[in-house]
Design a protein. Structure first.
Length: 180
C-alpha cells in the first residue's frame, strides 16, 4: 500500500498572511538600509521576485543566527489557521506524510516544518548556488522529484494561490483555499 501525501501551502493558506512579507516589514521598521534598498528596487519592478528573495535570503542568513529564525517561526505559528489544520488532520492516518511547500525562503520554512513535525521546503539555494524559487511549477517539480506518483498516493493539496493550480490538479482532493 502506498503512503498518502498531503501538500499544504504556507502563506495565506496555513498562515493567514505572507510570512516573508512580514519579515521584510520588520526589517523595514528597523530601518535596515540593505533591505530598504532592495525593497525599493523590487517595488519599481527593476528585479524579479526570485532575485529579490535570493538577495534578501543571502543577506538575512548572514545577519541572523538560527535562533532568530526559530523564534520567528514560533511567532508565525501562533497565527496558524485552525480551520486548515482541522481539514489536514481529518486527512491523516498512520501512512500519511504532510508536506509544506512555500515560496517563502527555507531559512524560515524549515523551522515551521520542524515545529509541525512535517516535511517540505521553502525557496532555497541549491548546492550549486542557484536560487530555487519554490513557486508555481517549481513546487510541482520538487514534489515529483521527491515523491514519485507511482510510489505515493497524492491525497490532499491545499493552496490559496492560482500559481499552485498545476500542483492541485495532481491530487485526488484538491482544495483551493479562500481566506475568510
Amino acid at each position: 500500500m502506498k503512503k498518502k501525501i498531503n501538500v499544504i501551502d504556507l502563506d495565506k493558506t496555513l498562515i493567514p498572511y505572507d510570512t516573508f512579507r512580514l519579515l521584510i516589514k520588520n526589517e523595514l521598521f528597523n530601518l535596515d538600509i540593505y533591505v530598504i534598498k532592495w525593497t525599493i528596487i523590487r517595488i519599481f519592478r527593476l528585479v524579479a521576485t526570485d532575485v529579490f528573495k535570493f538577495k534578501i535570503t543571502l543577506y538575512l542568513e548572514d545577519k541572523y543566527d538560527e535562533i532568530f529564525f526559530k523564534s520567528f517561526a514560533v511567532e508565525v505559528l501562533k497565527d496558524i489557521n485552525k480551520e486548515v489544520m482541522e481539514l489536514i488532520e481529518n486527512e491523516v492516518d498512520g501512512s500519511t506524510i504532510n508536506i509544506l511547500l512555500s515560496a517563502t525562503p527555507d531559512l524560515i520554512v524549515k523551522h515551521i516544518i520542524n515545529k509541525l513535525g512535517w516535511i517540505g521546503s521553502g525557496s532555497y539555494i541549491d548546492t550549486d548556488g542557484t536560487f530555487v524559487h519554490l513557486f508555481g511549477i517549481e513546487k510541482v517539480n520538487w514534489l515529483l522529484r521527491k515523491y514519485r506518483p507511482e510510489k505515493f498516493d497524492y491525497n490532499v493539496a491545499i493552496s490559496d494561490s492560482a500559481s499552485d493550480d498545476n500542483l492541485l490538479t495532481l491530487f485526488k482532493k484538491p482544495r483551493k483555499w479562500i481566506s475568510q
